[in-house]
Design a protein around this ligand. Structure first.
Ligand code: SAM
Ligand code: SF4
Length: 328
């Protein structure tokens, strides 16, 4: 069992499988794009599997695949199958922008994927295209439907709440939970290497942050009622519009951070363990893995180096990567 110095059991591994993406969301990557790693610098599927197997032998039970866009990496279904078959892994999920879900949802479910989180920041097709620098909202809707038909449920929708971008739509987005059994979650915008101007029509990145208490105030007319927590390990606090089949949640790493309940480690696509999303501490393991070394000591070290709380609380910003290179 992996337990960090602050007594938190580490049971959850988030794996970024690629630093590439078929969208270019303004808050996630700079306008000029990022320098992506070469093929050789990215973990092969067999290597990711080796890390998962070792992690599973030491108490990791839950894996989430992310990116970049995980469905944009060739052969992703085969990775899902290999991880789903790993003894000890009880929950395997994936975070996606939804563009390729229509194509892959059924295959992913058949390969053993349990659920998907889909990112959706607006219901307006033009605004969606501007936020994502060119993607089609219609394709995401088709993807969402395909995921639901394939049983990749409960579907969670991730909405980054931003002042001057989508604050006027938060009520409508929350109301999706009245028509569908979806879990809509509003996420505070994080300042992770996204502070250069986003482009015409957008507020300055510094002024787009919408604190959790403002998000709650905007949603006050919905009379959200708290939902009793099941396990307490996830970051979202869950609520329900009275009578709704779905829920509304809040992920507020800045305003009401959940560090004391954090149970996760991250693995970047280029093979570095990251003990905290919002800290630049990293433990590279790919070289050692390729040299045939046991990688358990690397997992152990990452857990030992897990900070008690994240850096933003101390007014430091993670500087080394953009969100597209970490995976959220
Ligand atoms: N491409 C996939 C997607 O968009 O769902 C997976 C990777 S993306 C980095 C994972 C999540 O991080 C998405 O829900 C996205 O909205 C969120 N995200 C990206 N940049 C963010 C930021 N600066 N602050 C808060 N959330 C962010
Ligand atoms: Fe791609 Fe997801 Fe980042 Fe958007 S949020 S650019 S879809 S990785």
């Amino acid at each position: 069992m992996l337990i960090d110095p602050f007594g938190r059991p580490i049971t959850y591994l988030r794996i970024s499988v690629t630093d590439r993406c078929n969208m270019r969301c303004v808050y996630c990557m700079p306008p000029e794009g990022i320098e992506t790693r070469s093929h050789d610098e990215i973990m092969r599927y067999e290597e990711i599997l080796q890390v998962v197997q070792t992690a599973a032998q030491h108490g990791i039970t839950e894996v989430r695949l992310t990116g970049g866009e995980p469905l944009a990496r060739a052969g992703i279904v085969s990775l899902v199958r290999m991880i789903a078959e790993t003894p000890g892994i009880r929950d395997l999920s994936l975070t996606t922008n939804g563009l390729l879900l229509e194509k892959f949802a059924a295959e992913l479910a058949e390969a053993g994927l349990k659920r998907v989180n889909i990112s959706l920041d607006t219901l307006d097709p033009d605004k969606f295209s501007r936020i994502t620098r060119g993607a089609s909202l219609e394709r995401v809707w088709s993807g969402l439907q395909a995921a639901e038909s394939a049983g990749l449920t409960p579907i969670k929708l991730n909405t980054v709440a931003m002042k001057g971008v989508n604050e006027d739509e938060l009520i409508d987005i929350a109301r999706l939970s009245q028509r569908h059994p979806w879990r809509v979650r509003f996420i505070e915008l994080m300042p992770v290497n996204n502070q250069t101007p986003w482009g015409e029509g957008f507020p300055s990145p510094q002024s787009a942050y919408l604190p959790i208490h403002d998000i709650r105030r905007i949603l006050a007319p919905l009379d959200l009622q708290p939902v009793e927590e099941k396990s307490g390990s996830g970051p979202a606090r869950e609520y329900r519009i009275p009578g709704a089949p779905g829920t509304v949640g809040f992920i507020s790493p800045l305003g009401e951070h959940f560090c004391e309940r954090c149970n996760r480690l991250r693995l970047t696509a280029d093979g570095a363990l990251r003990p905290c999303l919002l800290s630049d501490i990293e433990i590279p393991l790919l070289k050692a893995l390729r040299a045939g070394e046991d990688i358990y000591p690397f997992l152990e070290r990452a857990v030992l180096m897990k900070p008690e709380g994240h850096e933003l609380v101390k007014n430091h910003r993670p500087m080394t990567r953009c969100m597209i290179q970490i995976g959220g």
